[in-house]
Write a protein that binds this ligand. Sequence first.
Ligand SMILES: Nc1ncnc2c1ncn2[C@@H]1O[C@H](COP(=O)(O)OP(=O)(O)O)[C@@H](O)[C@H]1O
Ligand SMILES: [Mg+2]
Length: 477
Amino acid sequence: MIWKPQPRQAVFMARPEYEALYGGAAGGGKSDALVIEALRQVHIPHYKALILRKTFPQLAELVDKTLNYYPRAYPKARYNSTTHTWTFPTGAKILFGAMQYGKDKTKYQGQAYDFIAFDELTHFTFEEYSYLFSRNRPNGPGTRVYLRSTANPGGVGHGWVKERFITAGPPMTPIQEEVSWREPDGREVRQKQSRIFVPSSVFDNPALLENDPQYIQRLASMPEAERNALLYGDWDSFSGQVFTEWRNDPGHYEDRKGTHVISPFRIPETWRIWSALDWGYSRPFSVGWYAVDHERRLYRIREFYGCTGTPNVGLKWEPGEVARAIRSIEGEDPNLKGKKISRVGDPAIWGSDGTESIGSLFERERIYWEKGNHARLDGKMQIHHRLSFDENGIPLLYVFNSCKHFIRTVPNLVYDESNVEDVDTAGEDHIYDELRYVCMKNPIAPRPRLVTGASDYDPLDLGKTGSYDRYEFYRRY
Ligand SMILES: Nc1ncnc2c1ncn2[C@@H]1O[C@H](COP(=O)(O)OP(=O)(O)O)[C@@H](O)[C@H]1O
Ligand SMILES: [Mg+2]
C-alpha cells in the first residue's frame, strides 16, 4: 500500500461536485489529497492535469510529494524538471504551474486541462481562479472535467474564497449556482454548477500526528489570530489581516457599542455630508457617502459600488453614467436629499495625457471632486485611529449595515508581503481607498492607548520597572 486516504480525505475524494475546496486549517492532509487526486485518470492517454501554487518556489513541496508517491505507483512515469511535467506510460500528463506574475496567464492560454488543482487557493485572486476555470475543458472523450482546491484562512484571496465556499453554505452542503448563456441561435441555456466545502484540520490527520506529535502544540503556541485560523479553521480571524480592530456585532446594531456596523438612522440636519470616489472601469468604482457628527465621528451612510457581482470586476461605466447615477441617489436618499455635499476623489482621475480627464467628464455633469490626499500610510493610520474603541466601546467610524460591500471587502484586506506596512493592492481595496480620502479630509489624533494589562508576554523585556531596574543596575555598577 503506497497511500491510503484517511477518512476525511476519502470524503473529499468521493465528492461528485464540479468544484470542491478542502481544508480550511493546517495539516489536514490537503496537499497529499490533491496530488493523489490528480492521478485518478492517468490511464486515459489524452488526460491532462494542472496542479497550481501561487509561486514556483512553493511548488517544490508538491513536486517532492509526487517524486515520492508517483514512481512507486507508476514505475514507468517520468518527471521532466524543466517543463515541470509528469508523463505516464499511457501518454497522460500532470503539469505543475504557478501564477506569480500577471503575464503567467499567457502560459495557459489556449490550453485545456481535464483536472485543475489549486493548492493554497487563498493566495490567488478571483481573477486568476476564474481565468483557469475557462481552461478546465476535456482533452478528448471520456475524461471527467473538474476542479479541486485546498486553502487555509488568510492571504490576498481570503475574502472571495470565504464568500464562495465558507459563507455560501454550511460545510458539506452542496452549493448550487445557476449559470446561463446565450447560444448562437439565440436560445438561452441555463445550467446548474455545484460546489462544496469539505473541512479538515490536523485532527483529521493521524498520520501526521504520529510522525510529529508536537505539531498541534506548535500550532497552539502561535499568536491568537494564526492559531484560530490554522488550528481551528476560523475564517473570521487570520494572520495578515490589516484591520484586526474591525467588529461586526448584530447584537449591538442599536446601542452601537463594541461594533462598527450599526442600524441606519436619520442623519441630523446639522451634520456635514461627504462623498468620496475611487474611480474604476474594468475594476469596480466606489462611491461612499459619509456623515460627520459634532464629535468628528464618521458614519458611512450609503454606498454605490460599481461591481458586476463577480468579486473585483467592474461595471465598465463611463464617468458621465456614474455621475448621473450619483445625482439620482442623492435626489432620492432621505439622508442626502437637499443636502450640501462635499466631495473628495481619487487624485488619479485628474491625470490625463491630452484627452479629457475623468475628473472633467464628471464636471460636465456638475459633479466636482476635490483631489484626495493619496498618502497611503497616513490614510491607513487615520482609519486605525478611527476604528479603535473608547472605554465605552464607541469608535470614531461607524458603517450602516446597508453598506454590504464595505462590510464584505474592508475587513478582508491583507498586508502586502513585500511592502509590509501597506495594504496589498491585489485585494479588493476600492472602498478602502475611497474611505482614506474622506479620513484624510477629516484627520483626527490617535486615542490614548487603553491599557488592558491582558498580556504578561514581554519578549523584549520592556516591562516598565524591570527594564528601568536593569538599566539602573548597569549604570550603578
Ligand atoms: N493519507 C495519508 N497517509 C499518510 N500520510 C499522510 C496522508 N495524508 C497526509 N499525510 C501526511 O501528513 C503530512 C501533512 O500533509 P499535507 O497534505 O502536507 O497537509 P496540508 O497540506 O493540509 O498542510 C504530510 O507529511 C503527509 O505526507
Ligand atoms: Mg499543504
